[in-house]
Design a protein around this ligand. Structure first.
Ligand code: GLN
Length: 289
């Protein structure tokens, strides 16, 4: 009788313990384009383990505390909150960056801007500015790759600058200075070898603003009037902050390449080169003052 009772309790306990495989097989995230990856990331977070742990330990049973943490994270994701905000981090240029909903989630295609600058700016020492730097992604990647460059990270949002500063401290990147301000008006009084920016470039009424992760990101980092307002301003202002021959490198929307090139021509820039992202879409442009 007593033995039976013990077996019953043991079976009940087993039923309450969830295995990694079970979660990955049964849970769904209907709104996500990467539901399996999302689940793996949330599970790994709940277990305080790297994602690879899940593959090596697929029969691992979550304890009650881990199960509770996982459920809380999973519920947030079901409500549509982006994975990067739930985890509080996102990788960019192989640097782990802290992010929150005051900054745009760094996109892999933005690494193209870092590649262009590293490829085209061959000086050992250089002054480089990142306008509207958000989490600091571009500025930190450049400062990390080129410790002898002096990088300035500008943002109009004090909350965003706080995030970028935290990232610099955590990554122990010291050749970076942070300034609060509106595009070039936030820059110190000197001329730059390169100015780079991933500004807001989505038109106010673009339905893309109502979709997926974007709904949770700061509007100020995404929306820009007809889509080109910020880019227009930067093109005009950067002319006075670049050395002769200095580079302006901008990210833009999937259908804005021609417009941005025309604005650069009108602004008196030379050697305008459009660049495609890894999806084959014209996504960035470089020009010389
Ligand atoms: N690339 C982002 C998107 O389309 C927008 C980023 C931006 O406006 N700079 O979701």
């Amino acid at each position: 009788m007593q033995v039976k009772y013990v077996i019953f309790i043991a079976m009940a306990m087993v039923r309450f313990m969830t295995r990694v495989t079970e979660i990955l097989k049964t849970k769904e995230i209907p709104d996500s384009s990467t539901p399996r990856l999302d689940l793996e990331l949330l599970l790994a977070e709940a277990l305080h383990e790297p994602r690879s742990f899940l593959y090596a330990n697929s029969e691992y049973e979550l304890d009650a505390e881990q199960e509770k943490i996982f459920q809380a994270l999973y519920q947030r994701r079901l409500q549509g909150e982006p994975i990067a905000y739930i985890l509080g981090k996102r990788e960019f240029w192989s640097l782990e960056l802290m992010v929150n909903n005051k900054v745009l989630i760094p996109r892999p295609e933005t690494e193209l801007l870092v590649e262009i600058i590293l490829d085209k700016l061959r000086y050992e020492r250089a002054d480089v500015a990142d306008l509207g730097s958000g989490s600091g992604a571009i500025a930190l990647a450049l400062a990390h790759e080129r410790p002898l460059w002096d990088v300035v990270s500008v943002d109009i949002s004090a909350d965003a600058l706080w995030v970028a500063r935290q990232n610099a401290m955590k990554l122990q990147i010291q050749n970076i200075e942070f300034c609060c301000g509106d595009w070039c008006n936030g820059l110190p009084d000197k001329l730059f070898d390169a100015i780079v920016s991933n500004p807001p470039y989505i038109a106010k009424h673009d339905p893309h603003l109502q979709e997926g992760d974007v709904r949770h990101e700061p509007f100020i980092a995404l929306e820009s009037g007809d889509g080109l307002d910020a880019i227009r301003k930067i093109i005009v202002q950067a002319k006075d902050k670049l050395k002769v021959g200095g580079l302006l490198v901008l990210e833009h929307g999937h259908d804005q390449s021609d417009d941005v090139q025309k604005l650069l021509q009108k602004g008196g820039y030379k050697e305008i080169i459009p660049y495609k992202d890894f999806a084959g879409i014209y996504r960035a442009v470089m020009a010389k003052r």
